[in-house]
Design a protein around this ligand. Structure first.
Ligand code: PHE
Ligand code: ZN
Length: 881
């Protein structure tokens, strides 16, 4: 029989907990196969709970070995226990103490939730519901307790013993080879923020003095031998701490801040109070093994987890529906941090690219859900681009609508009022309403409605009256469970550009709320008229991507060319180039689809040429403009009856045409841009490498021997991973003669670095061409492939499924089959990794009929599996609905 769908949890059914847990004392006797956890909880009935109400604690795969109430052994008639539940039938009326002993097997924990081992190190992951795999508990974010944790383990195997908070005691255990450490975290926290680490790790120490002069000990713990790879992470941490003081007035609050890097981790990283645990790919870096993108990611993720200390930990979520309360806000904060550390427009472009490539398809398919969902079956499946990235966009819009000062005042009020609490989106918005004296009830729809609003724009210039009229309308296309929608409050940053390329000075228009350069669209249809407009302007709308919407604006090619060359807003300049390229790619794809041979537009080729040679523009920005919309972006734009092969061919055609027309401009860019001196991940050096490698990408498209030689030479001579990987990708993806030689060369050089080898697997998995499928199957048997390591699985299978549209969606269905098989195999050991891989099917209905039938049968095959995890069951059910 088919496995059951887990019961639905609904926001409207929220009930406060019947009992409070004020303090938790944990005693953890660590052992690889039989760890004993003794939890002493001080409990009290909540006001409003009837005396004698049973106490029901959550568990998950637990074995109960002892249970005392106020120090007395509990009789079997007084409780019922199973692996996933402990019920105390009639707890006392006054506050009481419960002592629970459980036994767990961290060595056998392949789900990587709860207490598990990563390369021999004991570590934990408790968000969202992992603490219940350690002990029975009220495992919900609105139960806040003060934790004291005593860890005990053999000193030789586990010299390092870490938990949340401050270290208060250490010592040896008399008459044994064991030692212990006691940690105390004075800040009440939910169980999902609990963590412990024990093992033989190297310690990289540093210090930080807070704005108010408190001295904080900082440590990064890594496997021995990797101490030299922590400099950038540590530097990023200190910059994050300073920035949060300066920009948000938030200071760190404990005596120590520890980061541990582990190689087996389901997600990116985790913000456990005072003890962040990281996927090592977001900590370890040196120029030889990490790309510029890796450096930027490390900086962002270190900052993200650190910023959670205030947005997530000091103030947490009342329930998991409020996940965006901590995630959206914290992503917004890390985006702002990165923007301040680097180039703001370049960072914005990168963030918008990510939003459009990950969140927009999610929001347009069967897995669409509101930023704050109202229903879930498995919370692990809601760590989504919508909650994180769209959640951040909503906070950004709030800032745009309120202005910097009111936004800051609202946040200050939030920190002040809700410190120490588990709260809601309503409470968050109320702080801004109060601080800015504004009504946000309509704005709150952004949290309630799924789907990406489409804003249609038409404009008209009347030369006689000197008026410029903009007609706007908005609509959210239907998404699952939401047939109709209400108009959203959409802040549109804009400018009217005069013939001289300057923004016109505008007097307040009629028909809309405009403040400064922001026009607020809040009705289904709206007409705005600007007066005294001396000549026909070009409307630059949605500057800086001021709202997460799709714009349907009829701009003429000459207007787009004008914006690409003249817009004062760098984002919209980039957008204009992308729009021109996108229009052409859509046109070419449909020609190719029909069997015609298309010719790329001269306009696009010319624009690309001017970007190549415009030295007044920042190199990073030029590289971004020269990057064509991805295959997935084009597929999304086409929307239905998608043929990935035609899209691939269209991009190839355009790339070759650009290369052919601008051959002579490319070579100097490749050779002259190398930043001088030692490798540095600063914005300017990164931009130069990005532009040189973008130029190389075009140059290689000419396909001649000189080009192939240059790519190989750069591959061999590269003194940093960014250049080496860029060249390797060209050699492999363009199937150059030295493809295999390059892969060998790379493997020999980087065999010892697991993170570098992830890139080796990924490069091959994302190579176009119908030989890739067999190659991926062969790589699954490679000695370095490890199906128990989430990073390795993602580098081969996730990147195949999401980064290789023509091969995943092969017309013979073999790509879908490979991924379906893999989901089923992985699901048995690690449901979270499996269900994440399964989401790669989310756009299956947009494919052409032949392909969508094959995708559906792969999904049905998964669905018919009898013992699917709840994680994968939930995704497959929703994907097929
Ligand atoms: N809370 C983590 C973050 O965003 C993500 C995470 C979720 C990690 C669940 C592990 C498990 O920073
Ligand atoms: Zn987060």
């Amino acid at each position: 029989m088919r496995s059951e769908t887990a019961p639905a949890i609904r926001l409207e059914e929220y009930q406060p907990p019947a009992y409070r847990i004020d303090t938790v004392h944990l005693d953890v006797q660590l052992d690889p196969a039989a760890t004993t956890v003794t939890a002493t909880l001080s409990l009290a009935r909540q006001a409003g709970t009837k005396a004698g109400t049973p106490l029901v604690l959550d568990g998950d795969e637990l074995t109960l070995t002892g249970l005392k109430l106020n120090g007395e052994e509990l009789g079997s008639q007084d409780f019922t226990a199973s692996a996933d539940r402990l019920e105390i039938n009639a707890p006392p009326a006054s506050p009481f103490e419960l002592t629970i002993t459980t036994q767990i097997n961290p060595g056998a924990n392949t789900k990587l939730m709860g207490l598990y081992r990563s390369s021999g190190t004991f570590c934990t992951q408790c968000e969202a519901e992992g603490f219940r795999r350690i002990t029975y508990f009220l495992d919900r974010p609105d139960v806040l307790a003060v934790y004291t944790t005593r860890l005990e383990a053999p000193k030789a195997e586990c010299p390092v013993l870490l938990a949340n908070g401050n270290l208060i005691e250490t010592g040896g255990v008399a008459g044994s080879d064991r030692h212990y450490a006691v940690w105390h975290d004075p800040f009440p926290k939910p169980a999902y923020l609990f963590a412990l680490v024990a093992g033989d790790l190297a310690q990289v120490p540093d210090r930080f003095t807070t704005a108010s002069g408190r001295d904080v000990e900082l440590n990064i713990y890594v496997e021995h031998g990797k101490e030299g790879l922590c400099d950038w992470a540590m530097d990023s941490l200190k910059r994050s701490m300073r920035w949060d003081e300066q920009v948000f007035g938030r200071e760190y609050d404990l005596e120590v801040f520890n980061i541990v890097a582990v190689s087996n981790f389901n997600m990116g990283a985790m913000e456990n109070k005072g003890l962040n645990i990281f996927n090592d790919k977001y900590v370890l870096a040196d120029p030889d093994t990490a790309t510029d993108q890796d450096y930027a990611n490390i900086e962002a993720v270190i900052a993200h987890e650190y910023f959670h200390n205030w947005t997530g930990n000091r103030i947490t979520c009342r329930d998991w529906f409020q996940l965006c309360l901590k995630e959206g806000l914290t992503v917004f904060r890390d985006q702002e941090f990165s923007a301040d550390m680097r180039s703001r427009p370049v960072k914005r472009i990168a963030d918008v690219r990510l939003l459009k490539s990950h969140q927009f398809p999610e929001d347009a398919g069967p897995l669409a859900h509101p930023v704050r969902p109202r229903i879930y079956h498995e919370i692990n499946n809601f760590y989504t681009a919508t909650v994180y990235e769209k959640g951040a966009e909503v906070v950004r819009m709030l800032k745009t609508l309120l202005g910097d000062d009111s936004f800051r005042a609202g946040l200050d009020l939030y920190f002040d009022r809700h410190d120490g609490q588990a709260t809601t989106i309503e409470a968050f918005l109320a702080c801004f309403e109060e601080a800015a004296a504004i009504d946000l009830s309509r704005f709150a729809l952004w949290y309630e409605q799924a789907g990406t609003p489409v804003v249609a724009v038409q404009s008209e210039y009347d030369p006689e009256r000197q008026t410029f009229t903009v007609k706007l309308s908005q609509e959210i296309p239907p998404v699952p469970g939401q047939k109709s929608s209400k108009p959203a409050v959409i802040p549109l940053r804009f400018g009217l550009i005069g013939p001289n390329g300057e923004d016109m000075d505008l007097s307040a228009p009629e028909g809309a709320t405009v403040s400064g350069d922001v026009l607020v669209l809040d009705k289904a249809h709206q007409e705005v008229t600007f007066r005294d407009v001396a000549s026909r302007p070009v409307l630059s709308l949605l500057r800086g991507f001021s709202a997460p919407i799709r714009l349907s604006q009829e701009l003429q090619p000459d207007e787009l060319l004008f914006l690409a060359a003249q817009d004062n807003d760098p984002f919209n300049r980039w957008q204009a180039v992308q729009t021109l390229a996108m229009q052409d790619l859509v046109r070419l794809s449909s020609l190719i689809r029909r069997g015609d041979s298309g010719k790329p537009s001269e306009d696009v080729i010319r624009v690309m040429g001017s970007v190549l040679t415009d030295t007044s523009l920042d190199a990073a920005l030029r590289a971004q403009a020269l990057t064509l919309p991805s295959e997935a972006d084009v597929a999304q734009e086409i929307g239905k009856d998608v043929d990935p092969d035609a899209i691939f061919a269209a991009r190839r055609l355009l790339r070759e045409a650009i290369a052919l027309s601008h051959g002579s401009e490319l070579l100097p860019l490749i050779t002259s841009l190398a930043p001088a001196g030692a490798y540095s991940p600063d914005a300017e050096a990164v931009g130069k490498r990005a532009l040189a490698n973008r130029a190389l990408h075009y140059y290689a498209a000419s396909g001649d021997d000189d080009a192939a030689r240059l790519v190989w030479d750069r591959f061999v001579a590269a003194d940093n991973m960014t250049d080496r990987l860029a060249a390797l990708t060209l050699l492999v993806h363009d199937h150059m003669a030295q493809e295999e030689a390059a892969l060998d060369h790379y493997r020999k050089r980087h065999e010892a670095s697991s993170l570098a080898m992830d890139k080796w697997f990924m490069t091959q998995a994302t190579a176009p061409g119908d030989r890739t499928l067999d190659k991926v199957r062969a790589l699954m048997k490679h000695p370095l492939y490890d199906s128990s390591n989430p990073n390795r699985v993602r580098s081969l299978l996730q990147s195949f499924a999401t980064g290789n549209p023509t091969q995943f969606a092969r017309a013979d269905g073999a790509g879908f089959e490979l991924v379906a098989e893999s989901v089923l195999a992985i699901d048995k050991r690690n449901p979270q990794v499996a269900s994440r891989l399964l989401t790669s099917f989310r756009s299956w209905r947009a494919l052409d009929p032949q392909r969508s039938v094959l995708a559906e049968s792969a999904l049905l095959r998964i669905s018919s599996c009898e013992d699917l995890s709840r994680d994968s069951r939930d995704i497959v059910d929703r994907t097929l609905q």
